[in-house]
Design a protein around this ligand. Sequence first.
Ligand code: ATP
Ligand code: MN
Length: 485
Amino acid sequence: MFNKRTKIKELLAQEPAGQEVTVMGWVRTFRNNQFMAINDGSTNNNLQVVLELGKFDDDTLKRITTSASVKVKGKAVPSLGKGQKMDLTAETLEILGDSDAEKYPLQPKKHSLEFLREIAHLRFRTNTFGAVFRVRHALAFAIHKFFNDKGFVYMHTPIITASDAEGAGEMFRVSTLPFDNPPRNEDGSINFKEDFFGRSTNLTVSGQLEGELGATAFGEIYTFGPTFRAENSNTARHLAEFWMIEPEVAFNDLEDNADLAEEFIKYLIRYAMEHNREDLDFLAQRLAEEEKQLPQDKRSEMGLIEKLEFVLNNDFERITYTEAIDILLQSPAYKKKKFAYDVKWGIDMQSEHERYLVEKHFKKPVIVTNYPAAIKAFYMRMNDDANPELGHGPTVAAMDILAPGIGEIVGGSQREERLDRLEERMKEMHVPVEELWWYLDTRRFGTVPHSGFGLGFERMVQFVTGMGNIRDVIAFPRTPGSAEF
Ligand code: ATP
Ligand code: MN
């Protein structure tokens, strides 16, 4: 059969004892008309295929170019060369697909990540992206395993939504109305009654509100799907299309929520360490080389593996927002006016403040809880702790998890389960109470304390792989001004 092949990863795990195998893959390098390194994506390690001189005709040899696809039948034998324990001595060789060496954009040399982003359709064929995307896959699998083993129900929340309750102004509109001549109301505004869904709709920014409906029936649910934000943030940690994991748990308070998030993040790291060690070792080395280019004070104190082990072996720091502000106010950075943005109770902490807390002060992941109500969403549970004397307004039972090198990786909260408090807050914040009748029904019929959070999948992949730019951990990044491929 055409597909009876042995994967290179499996083959390299065997002892070379003359066993006959068929291997298929893409040529990485070809030296001296004799040594062909091929890769099939199952591992970063190439298989060295040895072509006996004179055994294959010149026409075939000429067609062995970088990224040509080949099928080789041969015997696995101990390698005479350094750097690998096994060679495959070729008995038959078939070129499956030619690759024009003049035109192929990936040469067997180092390319910059920026250049590779421009050829994202081919970058999987590099060692770096091979490793990143195998780790991404493993993490996605581990997410389902973690929640499945705990008895959570995986819930598919809608991608197209009519609720504009959250993130107003940051949504992508979904419409089939003609752009050039949309139907209009008498006052000139667009008549969405004539649109596909009979109302204005958007791509979802979060599955949370629907997730809460599931949690208040199944007890524990999680979502894992694409989310969309039309925010114009051209940073190394923002995408317009990203994947989010959102567990929602009935009967959990804020502390249970933080416990779940910490256990979850550690589980994912441990899973990758146990199943993807080879790829992580490669990425650790890549990062170390990249950091050599930086001035001493910009380099990380720990290597990638060390960092991951450190996170596994230590509790996350837990502080309140008020404590975080105090730490910032006492910091040398603040006193020496090193922060670009002001620090005082009530601010929405900027990334420089978050980075100071995790990277300089605590040097580990930090869970910050109880943020000012004024800067957080309407559904977060109100604490009764306003302190007018100190100029502190009330806080809500929110939590953000901040990670070294990434900043915010998780955002979550205990939800407001008291109908009267929730409605009051929605009115204050001009959230349409009537439109969210279905959401409020959970508070009308057997309401319970419940909590949940959102973990940005790509930020988690960044953390585990050490990749500095979020565009390099998703196959085809969507960012302002860019939707190629
Ligand atoms: P940030 O302040 O970093 O923009 P946020 O407060 O908007 O984040 P949430 O709305 O709480 O984030 O979303 C939950 C999680 O989703 C975040 O903690 C983060 O991991 C991830 N996330 C949010 N926005 C983006 C984005 N544009 N691209 C990638 N991941 C994101
Ligand atoms: Mn944001």
